[in-house]
Design a protein around this ligand. Sequence first.
Ligand code: 13P
Ligand code: SF4
Length: 314
Amino acid sequence: MEQPHVDPGLDLEDEIVRLKKERNAVILAHYYQESEIQELADFLGDSLALAQAARDTEAQTIVFCGVHFMAETAKILNPDRTVLLPDLDAGCSLASGCPADRFRAWRARHPGAVAVSYINCSAEVKAHSDIICTSSNAEAVIRSIPEDQQILFAPDANLGRWLIKQTGRDMLLWQGSCIVHETFSQRKLVELKSRHPRAQIIAHPECEEPVLAMADVIGSTTRLLRHAVESDHDEFIVATEPGIITQMHKAAPHKTYIPAPPQSNCACNECPFMRLNTLEKLYVCLRDGTPELTMPVELREAARRPIDRMLALS
Ligand code: 13P
Ligand code: SF4
């Protein structure tokens, strides 16, 4: 979607606050959104907290500042609400790397196995999964499955490998990855650490194994944020999308946060999908009530069952 033309004389922040009230809307935003959007959000969180907030909101309209699978989850959990996403093209490499027809064929080759899908997948894949997990609850979800059951885990192979290590469970892994987290360079991380020996490395489990092997703390965005704020350490190398650093600075401004370096000198540690949402698009979305996320009822209902199973465990 192109950047919409917006009157440059408008105060977008004021307009967004005004329109939000007018529409009885709530803005839910992921930590990877740009800081201006984070400032305007009524609720900020990781994938799990956002799904719970979407389920529980009383607002008539949910404006989801995140990516498509997150807005889809909001609609699945709260079908009577209008769900708007400032840019419908805000996808995710994990979701697009796991097409539903290939996923179904993979499942069919392993009858009797339990299919656990990371929430970063399409509603169609969710509809063919037994249970969903996020990075916050993945360990608990895996541990909830009886020992004698074969597990299929999709679509993130890095998260899957880390879970195998954490839980000792053998799982068959779909070979998907996040284009943002696989960009961190172990070589550059070693260099950075030698320049900042007191810094703790904190990493999201979507990072590749060599990066995770260097990490002091591994967890969801919420876990990393909490650790950075609450621990006694005061310097961190942050191996996840740097949008999270906005909240780290806000909650513990006296500490130092260094974004982990990508392989090349690019800005590719920023999620290009998350960053498709801009203040202009958020304003237009509230002004016009579009783009709206809609989905067929049968798909919504089929995708809800494995999400509800996850929420019952969370
Ligand atoms: P969280 O579960 O921490 O929100 O992670 C979501 C995500 O997309 C990470 O890339
Ligand atoms: Fe998907 Fe990676 Fe972006 Fe998260 S950071 S939304 S996993 S592409």
